[in-house]
Design a binder for this molecule. Structure first.
Ligand SMILES: NC(=O)c1ccc[n+]([C@@H]2O[C@H](COP(=O)([O-])OP(=O)(O)OC[C@H]3O[C@@H](n4cnc5c(N)ncnc54)[C@H](OP(=O)(O)O)[C@@H]3O)[C@@H](O)[C@H]2O)c1
Length: 280
C-alpha cells in the first residue's frame, strides 16, 4: 500500500522511448489520486538494462514498465519471473520487492482482454475462429489473452512463417500458423481479427490485408494505437464491422501494475482516455 509520506516513483524503460503515452497515463492517476509521485520515461539501451533495473531499489522506485526492445532481455535479469510472463515469454512490468529484489510480470494480455471487454462486454473468444496477424512480442500477449478467454481456433499469420510456427508450437493446438500468402483466405468465417504487426502505425504503411472475405459480423481490433484509428480499423468500420482501437490495451495494463506497485486499483475512465486520445 502506498504510504502518504513517500514520493512514489515508477518509470517506463525502452529504446527509443519518445512515443510512449505511459507517462501521461500514470501521471494522470497520480494527480487523480492526489498522490505525490512521478512516472518517468527512461531511454535505456539494451546493454544498460541490467544496470538500470538494478538501480531501481536504491532510487526508491516501486517498479517500471518495459517496452520495445527490452521485454525479452529483462527475463534473464530479474530475480523472479511470474508464471504468466514465462508463458508469454516477455516481461512488461517489474516490481521492486521489499527486500530490493526484482519480480517480473506481464500485464499486456490483461490490457488486451480488458480493452475488448470494455467496448464489447459480451465478447467471447470461443465464438468462432480468431485471425491474429503478426507474431512478435505483442502477438504473444494477445495469444495468451485469447487462450485465457477460451479461444478454440486461432489462425496465426505472420510475414515470416517460421515465427508463427514457433508460437503455434509454444502456445499449443488451438494456434495454427498460416502462410502470409493465405492471409486473405484465413479471414473466411472468422469471428475476430487482431492486427499485432507494426503496420498501420504512424510512419509505417497500412497493413496489406484485403477484408473482402471477412464476415461483417467479425470484431476487428488493432493493437497499434498511434494513430487512434489505423487504416485497418477505418476500413473495417467503413464496411460495417465492429472495431476496437488499441489505446485501451495500454490503459488497462496499467491497472495491475498500480496494484502491484502502490496497492491501489486505478480506473480507466472516459476522461483519461479522451486526454490521451487528444495527443494521438
Ligand atoms: N496497445 C498496446 O498496448 C501495445 C502493446 C504492445 C505492442 N503494441 C504495438 O504493436 C506493434 C507491434 O509491436 P511488437 O512489440 O509485437 O513488435 P515486434 O515484436 O517487433 O513484432 C513486429 C511484427 O510486425 C511484423 N511486421 C513488421 N513489418 C512488417 C511488414 N512490412 N509486413 C508485415 N508484417 C510486418 C513482424 O513480422 P516479421 O516477424 O515477419 O518481422 C512482426 O510480426 C507496435 O506498433 C506496438 O506499438 C501495442
Amino acid at each position: 500500500m502506498a504510504s502518504p509520506d513517500r514520493f512514489l516513483l515508477a518509470a517506463v524503460m525502452g529504446w527509443p522511448i519518445f512515443q510512449s503515452r505511459s507517462p501521461m497515463l500514470h501521471n494522470f492517476w497520480f494527480a487523480q489520486h492526489r498522490l505525490a509521485g512521478s512516472y518517468l520515461p527512461l531511454a535505456i539501451p539494451p546493454e544498460r538494462l541490467e544496470a538500470a533495473l538494478r538501480a531501481l531499489p536504491a532510487l526508491n522506485f516501486s517498479g517500471c514498465n518495459l517496452t520495445i526492445p527490452l521485454k525479452q532481455d529483462a527475463m534473464r535479469i530479474v530475480d523472479d519471473v511470474d508464471i504468466t510472463a514465462k508463458k508469454i515469454g516477455a516481461i512488461s512490468c517489474v516490481v521492486v520487492r521489499k527486500d530490493g529484489s526484482l519480480a517480473g510480470f506481464n500485464n499486456d494480455w490483461y490490457g488486451f482482454t480488458h480493452n475488448i471487454l470494455e467496448f464489447v462486454p459480451d465478447w467471447r473468444a470461443d465464438h468462432g475462429p480468431v485471425v491474429v496477424i503478426g507474431a512478435g512480442g505483442g502477438a504473444r500477449a494477445v495469444l495468451y489473452g485469447l487462450l485465457e478467454r477460451g479461444a478454440r481456433e486461432i489462425r496465426l499469420c505472420n510475414r515470416t512463417l517460421a515465427r508463427a510456427q514457433t508460437l503455434a508450437q509454444e502456445f499449443g493446438s488451438p494456434v495454427h500458423a498460416v502462410p502470409w500468402q493465405q492471409r486473405h483466405d484465413a479471414l473466411e468465417d472468422a469471428a475476430m481479427l487482431v492486427n499485432t504487426t507494426s503496420q498501420g502505425m504512424i510512419g509505417q504503411p497500412p497493413l496489406d490485408l484485403n477484408l473482402d472475405r471477412l464476415p461483417k459480423s467479425a470484431l476487428v481490433n488493432d493493437i497499434v494505437y498511434i494513430p487512434k484509428e489505423t487504416p485497418l480499423l477505418a476500413a473495417a468500420r467503413a464496411r460495417g464491422n465492429r472495431s476496437v482501437t488499441g489505446l485501451g490495451m495500454l490503459l488497462h495494463q496499467g491497472v495491475p501494475a498500480w496494484k502491484a506497485w502502490f496497492g491501489i486499483e486505478p480506473k480507466v475512465t472516459t476522461e483519461l482516455r479522451a486526454r490521451i486520445e487528444a495527443t494521438l
